[in-house]
Design a protein around this ligand. Structure first.
Ligand code: UD1
Ligand code: CA
Length: 454
């Protein structure tokens, strides 16, 4: 290819059927904006530069989504007011330096599109003025109808402008086009809006090119899921479910056991090793990773978290944290705010861990709150232990050494340190530092009296 490939994403439509104050392409599917998926597919297909046609509400958000999607070269072109897809393309072309070669046009509301389909369409666009993706769909449908002349497309008729015969056509326009840019520019300049919606239709360029003797090649896709459009919340839920199914399937084929894909909610950028088992009603998102043979779920939420090998997280919520190899979390735990649960540590029933580090082999198995704490290896934290980290104005740290024993129902009033091998008795209220190997009890906690020599 002589010039690097460029694409236009049409995303300025008001999306009125969403009944939302949020622009349509910013609605979320599996943890990412609709626009993220389109930009990702374009990136993966090797598209070097993208113009996103946007409106006033969308414009400020485009660069953040592009960055998330890993697309370095995305510009916006503002279309106000929105006078149709043909008008949107005209605005994009004004923003782009003219070049020879292929220009891709993609509707922004088709999040299931993938790079393979875009590449295939590009292949078929060589030596023709336009190739466009078509799909057979059950009727009735609101998609534009493909009017064929053998192996060529001669016209696209929008559903609202179609007569009964045209409406009975079951081959539809998907909204994905590869144009010869020079020919596109000439055609777009000629568009008129004398149709049912008083809009400039991009799809009218098809008849213009065909009647000028140019070839418009249909690229028929078998799998209509790839080109599902999202126009309202019902279609959004449907597309989300299909995306989720696709993500689950990819992981299952890579060796992950997903007991019930229908109640397992996965985002697109996860690393899940082989022999991981995911139990029902579990959501995993952000850029989380899960190591080999770990078991996650049921009834769990894991976001932006790294989990090691052979770990277990059951019926728990883990956010922005790290769970080591062979560690267990749950049932009914909450680990959050950059906490670390190191190798083999055990966090159990009704335990909350916030911004804390639990060393290897630490046990905190029942009814405990550990906030802003660090706990050395092998220390046992008894049931009902609380780090009193908040003094009413600021958060304070609790530091506990290795091999310590924190008795049930201890309150550790931070800032406070408990040394290696130290012990606090059941019910202790620890307000002063406890030296290594010291034993304290009571409220306030004091060293245990040494027995008087007899
Ligand atoms: C469009 C096609 C139709 C196709 C269908 C596939 C036209 C005229 N019709 O219809 O043949 O079957 O997509 O989903 O193109 N947009 C703008 N500016 C505008 C209008 C729309 O940027 O002024 C954007 C929208 O944000 C959307 C895309 O273009 O992402 C398609 O617009 P939409 O109104 O959804 O078109 P459809 O009626 O679905
Ligand atoms: Ca649409």
């Amino acid at each position: 290819m002589s010039v690097s490939l460029r694409a236009v994403v049409l995303a300025a439509g008001k999306g009125t059927r969403m009944k939302s104050t949020r622009p349509k392409v910013l609605h979320d599917l599996c943890g990412r904006a609709m626009l993220w998926y389109v930009l990702r597919a374009l990136r993966d297909a090797g598209v070097a530069h993208v113009v996103v046609v946007s409106n006033d509400e969308l414009e400020p958000h485009v660069s953040a989504v592009a960055q998330q999607a890993g697309h370095a070269s995305v510009q916006t072109a503002r279309q106000e007011p929105q006078l149709g897809t043909g008008h949107a393309v005209r605005i994009a072309l004004e923003a782009l330096e003219p070049a020879e070669g292929t220009l891709l046009i993609v509707n922004g509301d088709m999040p299931l599109v993938d790079a393979a389909l875009i590449r295939r369409m590009m292949q078929e666009s060589r030596r023709v003025a336009l190739s466009l993706v078509t799909v057979r769909m059950p009727l009735p449908s609101s998609f534009g109808r493909i009017v064929r002349d053998g192996n060529r497309v001669s016209r696209i008729v929008e559903e609202r402008d179609a007569d009964d015969g045209e409406r009975a056509i079951d081959e539809m326009n998907a909204g994905l086009y590869a144009y010869d840019e020079t020919k596109l520019r000439a055609a777009v300049a000629e568009l008129r809006n004398d149709n049912a919606q008083r809009e400039y239709y991009l799809t009218d360029t098809v008849e213009m090119l065909a009647s000028a003797g140019e070839t418009v090649a249909p690229v028929l896709v078998e799998d209509s899921v790839l080109v599902l459009g999202v126009n309202d919340r019902v279609e959004l839920a449907h597309a989300s479910a299909r995306l989720n199914a696709r993500i689950c399937e990819r992981h299952m084929r890579a060796g992950v056991t997903i007991v019930d894909p229908h109640t397992t909610y996965l985002e697109p950028e996860l690393e899940i090793a082989a022999d991981v088992t995911i139990l029902p009603n579990t959501a995993i998102g952000g850029k989380s990773s899960i190591g080999q043979a770990s078991e996650i779920g049921p009834n769990s939420r894991i976001y932006r978290t790294r989990i090691g090998r052979h770990a277990v997280v059951s019926e728990s919520v883990v956010m922005d944290s790290e769970i080591g190899d062979y560690a267990t979390v749950g049932p009914w735990s909450h680990v959050r705010s950059h906490s670390v649960v190191a190798t083999g540590a055990r966090v159990g029933n009704y335990v909350e861990i916030k911004a804390s580090k639990l060393g290897a082999g630490v046990r905190a198995r029942h009814l405990t709150y550990l906030g802003d704490a660090s706990i050395g290896a092998r220390t046992n934290v008894g049931a009902g232990t609380i780090t009193c980290n908040f003094d009413g104005s600021k958060k304070n740290r609790t530091e506990i050494g290795e091999d310590a024993f924190i008795g049930s129902n201890s309150s550790l009033v931070a800032p406070v340190r408990v040394g290696d091998g130290a012990l606090t008795g059941a019910g202790s209220v620890v307000i002063d530092d406890v030296p290594a190997h010291e034993r304290v009890v009571g409220n306030p906690a004091r060293p245990l009296r040494k027995k008087a020599p007899t």
